[in-house]
Design a protein around this ligand. Structure first.
Ligand SMILES: C[C@H]1O[C@@H](n2cnc3c(N)ncnc32)[C@H](O)[C@@H]1O
Ligand SMILES: [Zn+2]
Length: 435
C-alpha cells in the first residue's frame, strides 16, 4: 500500500495548482489548512509530503442527498415511474434489509464517493447506526438521518419516533466530529402532519438538522393540495420543518412563492438532476427562482437505484446541462456555480466548514489529474472539471487532513467491493425466497 495513505501527521502538498497559480498547501496535525502559498512549508514541519505537480487542488465535494446503502440496489429496478418504482420494487426489497447490509452498502458507497472526490454526504436511510460505523471506518464526514415514514398511522409514528431518538443518542455517543445526526421525515406523502410536527420540534430541541424530500413530482404537489389544501412547502412550513438547518431534496415542482419561502427560512435546496431525469419527474428544479430569492442550492446524487452512481463530478455536469436545457438558457448555472453548488453550498448546508481552500478551513482537499485527457487543453480548470471530467480524474482525497485516497488507491477496496456484491446477492435472494 502507498505509504502516504497510512501516514499520520502534518502534511505538505507541494507545487499544486489552485486557480492557475502554483502554490504549496500546509496542513497541520489537526487537519486544518495552516497556510497556502509559496512560503507555506515554513509554517509546519511536515511529516508527509505529497507531490502536487500535475495536480489541480479543489475543495472536497459535498453530496447533500443520498441513500448510501442503496448502492446495493444499483441496477435492480430501472426505467419506471417513481411511485411504482418505490412501491412495487424498492420498498418490498428494503423490507428485507439488515444492519449488516446497510454497513456493507454504506462502506461501498463511501468507497465510490471517495473515488470521485466526495468528502461529506447527507444520508437518509435505515439501520443508521451501522451506516455510522461504515462512515467512521472510511474516514468521511456524514450527516445521518433515519428515514421517518409513518404513513399516517399512530402506531407506526411511535416506532419512528423511537428509532429517531435512538439514532440521535447513538451518534451523540460516538462523539465523532465527522459524524452528525439529523431528523429525516421522508416527505409530505409518507409522513403525517403530526409526524412532521414532531420531527420539527425534536430537531429544534436537539439543535440538529432536518433532511426531507420536497416537491419531487407533480403528483406530490397535486395530492398534497387535495389532502391538505396547500402546496408541500407550505405544509412543511406550517409544521415547522423549514429551518436554516433543513435540506430539502429535489424541489422540482416549487412555484416562485415557495422558492421565496425557502430562501426566507434559510432552507438549502438539494438539486439531484440525474435522479430527476431518470425518474422523469418532468420538471427541473427552478434554480433561477431559488437563486433570485437568495436560497442556498446544493448538489446531490440521490440513491444508487435512481442515478445509478454517486459521482458528484458527473452530477455537476448534469446540473449545468439540465438547467440550461429545461429553462432554455445557456447562461444559467455556469461551471463556476456548479462547483460552488457541489462544494461551498453543500458545506454550508451541512455545517462542515466554508467548503473552500482557505487558511483555517478543514483540509478537505481533492487533487485532480491535470494531465488527464479531460483536462487537456487546460484553458479553464472549472470548465474541464464540470463539463469534461468525471470522478476518474480524482487522484487524491483528503478529509480533515487525513488521506483517504492517494493515486487512486483506497485501502481495502477489493474486500469492500466483494462484500457489497455478496450482500446485494443475498438481499435479493432473501426477498425472492419470501415471495
Ligand atoms: C429513505 C427512503 O427513501 C427512499 N427513496 C430513495 N430514492 C427516493 C426518491 N427519489 N424519492 C423518494 N424516496 C426515495 C428509499 O428507498 C427509502 O425507502
Ligand atoms: Zn431521495
Amino acid at each position: 500500500m502507498n505509504e502516504i495513505i497510512t501516514a499520520r501527521g502534518s502534511l505538505l502538498i507541494a507545487g499544486v495548482t489552485i486557480d492557475g497559480a502554483t502554490v504549496d498547501i500546509a496542513v497541520d496535525e489537526k487537519g486544518t489548512i495552516a497556510a497556502i502559498g509559496k512560503d507555506a512549508k515554513k509554517t509546519i514541519d511536515a511529516d508527509i509530503v505529497i507531490d502536487g505537480s500535475d495536480r489541480i487542488a479543489v475543495p472536497g465535494l459535498v453530496n447533500t442527498h443520498t441513500h448510501a446503502a442503496m448502492s446495493l440496489l444499483r441496477g435492480y429496478a430501472d426505467d419506471m415511474i417513481l411511485q411504482d418504482w418505490l412501491s412495487q420494487k424498492i420498498w418490498p426489497l428494503e423490507a428485507h434489509l439488515t444492519g449488516d447490509d446497510v454497513y456493507a452498502g454504506t462502506r461501498f458507497a463511501c468507497l465510490e464517493m471517495i473515488k470521485s472526490g466526495t468528502v461529506a454526504f447527507n444520508d437518509m436511510y435505515f439501520f443508521m447506526d451501522r451506516a455510522a460505523a461504515a462512515v467512521d471506518d472510511m474516514g468521511m464526514r456524514a450527516t445521518l438521518a433515519y428515514g421517518f415514514i409513518d404513513l399516517g398511522m399512530e402506531e407506526k409514528r411511535e416506532a419512528e419516533i423511537k428509532a429517531t431518538e435512538t439514532l440521535v443518542a447513538h451518534v451523540r455517543s460516538l462523539d465523532n466530529p465527522r459524524i452528525r445526526v439529523a431528523v429525516g421525515p421522508h416527505s409530505v406523502y409518507t409522513v403525517s402532519p403530526e409526524g412532521l410536527r414532531w420531527c420539527a420540534e425534536y430537531a429544534a430541541e436537539q439543535e440538529i438538522g432536518i433532511h426531507v424530500h420536497l416537491s419531487e413530482t407533480e403528483k406530490e404537489v397535486v395530492d398534497c393540495v387535495a389532502r391538505f389544501g396547500k402546496r408541500p412547502a407550505y405544509l412543511l412550513d406550517d409544521c415547522g420543518c423549514l429551518t436554516p438547518r433543513t435540506v430539502a431534496a429535489h424541489c422540482c415542482w416549487l412555484d416562485e412563492a415557495e422558492c421565496r419561502l425557502l430562501a426566507e427560512r434559510g432552507v438549502t435546496a438539494s438539486h439531484n438532476p440525474a435522479s430527476n431525469m431518470k425518474l422523469a419527474v418532468n420538471r427541473a428544479m427552478p434554480y433561477h427562482w431559488l437563486k433570485a430569492a437568495g436560497a442556498n442550492v446544493s448538489l446531490g446524487t440521490d440513491g444508487c437505484s435512481s442515478n445509478n452512481n454517486l459521482d458528484l463530478m458527473e452530477e455537476m455536469k448534469f446540473a449545468a446541462l439540465l438547467q440550461k436545457f429545461a429553462w432554455n438558457s445557456p447562461t444559467l448555472l455556469p461551471a463556476g456555480e456548479a462547483i460552488e453548488m457541489a462544494t461551498a453550498a453543500g458545506a454550508r448546508a451541512l455545517g462542515t466548514g466554508p467548503g473552500t481552500l482557505t487558511v483555517g478551513a478543514p483540509a478537505d482537499i481533492v487533487l485532480l489529474d491535470a494531465r488527464a485527457v479531460c483536462n487537456t487543453p487546460l484553458f479553464h480548470a472549472d470548465s474541464n472539471a464540470v463539463y469534461a471530467c468525471n470522478g476518474g480524474a480524482v487522484m487524491t482525497v483528503l478529509c480533515q487532513g487525513r488521506v483517504l485516497m492517494h493515486e487512486r488507491e483506497v485501502p481495502g477496496e477489493e474486500e469492500i467491493v466483494r462484500e457489497a456484491a455478496a450482500a446485494a446477492r443475498s438481499l435479493v435472494d432473501r426477498a425472492q425466497d419470501s415471495s
